[in-house]
Design a protein around this ligand. Sequence first.
Ligand code: SF4
Length: 414
Amino acid sequence: MRNQAQAAGLNDVVVVNTCAVTAEAEKQARQEIRKIRRWKPDARIIATGCAVQIDPDSWANLPEIDGIIGNQDKLTSTPWTALSQAIADGQPAALTISSIMEAEKVASHMLEGFDDHTRGFLQVQQGCDHRCTFCIIPFGRGKSRSVPFDSVISAVRKMVSGGTREIVLSGIDITSWGQDLPEQPRLGQLVLAILDNVPELPRLRLSSLDPAEPDHYLMTALETHARLMPHLHLSVQHGDDLILKRMKRRHLARDVLRFCKEARRRRPDVVFGADLIAGFPTETEAAHESSMNLITEAGLTHLHIFGYSARTGTPAALMPQIDRSLIKQRVSALRQSGDEQLTRHLKRRVGTADMLLLEKGNKGYLSGYEKAQLISSDTQELRAGDLLAVNILSAANGVVQVTPLCGETVSAVY
Ligand code: SF4
């Protein structure tokens, strides 16, 4: 987006990429825009992203905004040129929003995340064909579309040659990767192809997975390839079957348990993260307890807890809502349970060895996505991007302290 703005002659521009996943995210984007206007009174402020795509008029009407661009348009040159011209002509809030539902491909610009970073995100899929009743995302991102094998493999190679040591495959619904491609390959086949074809990639990680769709290729990759990190984040959302049905999710609580059990059987050191929503409409105390129980029964350790917030235009916004203060209480109960699970997990890891991918400030992540701080008297020789064999000394406040395992090589631990 920076390149497109510059090429169109838009200088002194601030682009705000809005998020629509919760009402809070939208509120923060509006606050940010007001702050930017106070900070840079003469800058051109351009808003884009999902919130703008879903409700362009309300963003175009903000007095601080000079222009808006849609999600599919923001990575192509024509809308930026048009916007630049409109601004030059003194037209207020030029509109460039095309229908996201007609988007057929993932923009090639979005393939590579940050290829000069130690860890990089590679977007292999965009959009979503599901319609969970609480979710506005498909209206901002369009239908599911996948990046083909060859393009992914060459992007992985390019990122690795640029210094990326760990790639995180990302997308809105990566479990659906391949469904729009010939022969409908599964995500696990893509994972195996990356690991087999790019042996110089030290670490591959996956972003959020849907437990509704078992993928035996993925389980095989987990079992046979140590370079696939033993950390799976699941889009669980709730632990109560009736709420899951009202959410129009495609799994039940037992599917989450089955998924975790099978993954652990294949890879005993695997850890699980999960997204959970507290306070979905009609959620009873018993339903909330089911979410609490699922955390412990499935052994979920890396949790993202969201308080439900109604999104206009979604079916759940029309269901009987529950009290905000009750939602807050349930959010904090789930977070506390998640913190306890994480603390227990980190304590269990003390005394074991693992690989640390070092980032700036002697920090980094272990293979199970545990945050780590390197304690060493001699870190002069070490640089961000180094993959070190470490011993885990202690754990506190969600972080483990580690020290180099002298003389050990990567292959001694993996
Ligand atoms: S799977 Fe459901 S929650 Fe996830 S993006 Fe699609 S509609 Fe939203």
